[in-house]
Structure formats: C-alpha cells, structure tokens
Design a protein around this ligand. Sequence first.
Ligand SMILES: [Fe+2]
Ligand SMILES: [Fe+2]
Length: 306
Amino acid sequence: MAIFVVGLVTGTPLGLLISTSLALGITSGILSSILTNGSLPFLEHTFQITSPVRLLELSHPNNVLLKRLLTEAPGTYHHSIIVGNLAESAADAVGGESLLVRVGAYYHDIGKIKRPYFFIENQMTSDNPHDKIAPSLSTLILTSHVKDGVELAREHRLPQGIIDIIEQHHGSGLVSYFYHKALESDRTETVTEEEFRYEGPKPQTKEAALVMLADSVEAAVRSLQNRTAGRVEGLVRKIIKDKLNDGQLDECDLTLKDLDIIAAAFVRVLTGIFHSRIEYPDIAQEMERRKKRAGTRKQLTEKSGS
Ligand SMILES: [Fe+2]
Ligand SMILES: [Fe+2]
C-alpha cells in the first residue's frame, strides 16, 4: 500500500505501479509467514512461552508420547482423554487457559508408561501386583509416576507449562487406600501419613489445579455404582471439598465461587458421558417369549378351526 501511494505521488505510470505493488506485496507476505513460522520455536524457547500452535501439535494423537501411552497403557490413555474434557470445560467456565489445560491433561499421567500394570485402569485381569507387595512399596511405585512423567516430558522437550501440570497434578495428596491398608496390617513400626503422600508441589496455577480436580473426579466417578445424576453431583462436590480441606488448593488462585462453577461444569460433562440408557431386553429371553407367543397363537387357530 505504501509503495502504491509513493508511486502515485512520484507520478509512476499506473500499469507499472499496480504490477510492482502486487509482486512486492505477494513476496513480502510469503517471506513474513516463513519468518514467523521459522522463528516461532526459537521465540518460544527464548521467552519460555508456549504458542497455541505448539499445543495443538502436542494434542495430536500421532505424537510419539501419546502413541506410546495408547499402546502401552491404554486404560491411562482413555482416562487422560476424559480428564482433558472435564478440565477444559471447567477452564472455559472459570477463565483458565483451556488449551493448555486440555493438553496438560493428555500428558498428566505419562509417567505411568514405565510400569503400566501397577495402575488399576491398565489391569485387564484379576491379577493385581499390589497383592504381593507391602503397602509402602505400592505407594512408592504409584507416586513415582509423577517423577517419571516429568523426566519423560523433559526428554521429549515438552513446554514448561505441561511439565508443571505433570509435576503438580497430585500435589501432596495422600494415597489413602495403601495408607489405610498399612494401618490395618500388623506392621510393628508406626505408620505415618507423610510416608503415604505424594512429594508435591501443590498446584501453583489454576490450570494445574483443574487437572488435579478433574483427575480425581474421573477416577472416582468411574468406580461409582448406580450412577444417577444426583449421586454423580454429590461425589463431584465431595471430592472438591476433600481437596480443599486437605490444603491441596492453598497455593493456586481458585476462589470458592470458582469451585462451585467447576463442580457444575464437571457434572455437565459427566452427565453427557454417563447418560442413562434404555435397558435392552436379553436377546435369548426375548426369542423364547416370541416362540411361546407364536405357539399359543397356533394352538388357538387350530382349536377355532376344529
Ligand atoms: Fe496421576
Ligand atoms: Fe490421572
């Protein structure tokens, strides 16, 4: 445009002016797009920022780590997708970075790739390796998926925002199942809560806190029997309250009002996933019933004919 105006002022012939402006405009457009895309990784690295383009790339199922998660820990992969849906919808509702939250959720349990069969969602048979080991060792194996995840994420150069979500998604939460198992066992030494807690840190951002809450909610609702809307909502609110009372949300900037909005967003998504279905009749029973009905009809026809 500037070239065109300067040309008009200096009295350049109109034909030459239009063709020159067009050629220069197209060239400058191509060059600037090459320069922007080419310098994006460098700018992201230098200023520690993550562009939406990079996050979208990382969310693609073809990504090496996500592919490994799908094949080596399929239960965890599907859990992570639902956590992504829950956390993203809550982020939209409270004004968090929803794309970062979704992608963070996809990678939050990536450390489980190291020992997938120690995690219930990947146990396809009734064999549970935890039955043969002490509760303290089980806790050590379970909690180490956070450290393993951070290491894997660093190896694959994931952005710091995603690494933070991986590192903070359990905060300093208690592995209560194995803590109570240890209390019930006849161990001679004293059982301390500290021994059965994740190392932390607690979530430092809204985004990490949302993944933490969505993660706990998904796991609990999955194991809930008789999932009516009321029971799901009750469980969601209980889990959020427990995290708050345990101090896990002390270091992030979520308000009590936010927590209420988050609970409503989770319930909305979960109702969509676990909506009530029509009970299909058992096929064998239905065939039997139809046969009997046909037999009765035949008998009646014969009687009326005789
Ligand atoms: Fe986890
Ligand atoms: Fe998880």
